[in-house]
Write a new protein. Structure first.
Length: 74
């Protein structure tokens, strides 16, 4: 993925930042990137800019929390 062009969602979640090299982290980030890309594909008439930005922030928050759970040391 380093050499290929990233989607906006992949850039927002930092798709290449995975110091642990954990496959589950990579999958969680990719899923959240896809959600963000879906939101960004919406026509502006379907929702306000503020709501779109809020939704992207919530997806990013969820992604960070999922990564935290996946990498939490017991």
């Amino acid at each position: 993925m380093e050499n290929s062009e990233k989607t906006a969602g992949q850039s927002i979640v930092g798709i290449n930042f995975n110091p642990s090299g954990d496959d589950k982290v990579a999958r969680a980030k990719q899923l959240c990137a896809e959600l963000i890309d879906l939101v960004l594909e919406c026509d502006s008439s379907t929702g306000s800019f503020d709501f779109v930005q809020h939704t992207i922030g919530e997806v990013l928050n969820a992604q960070m929390n999922v990564v935290k759970v996946l990498t939490l040391k017991k």
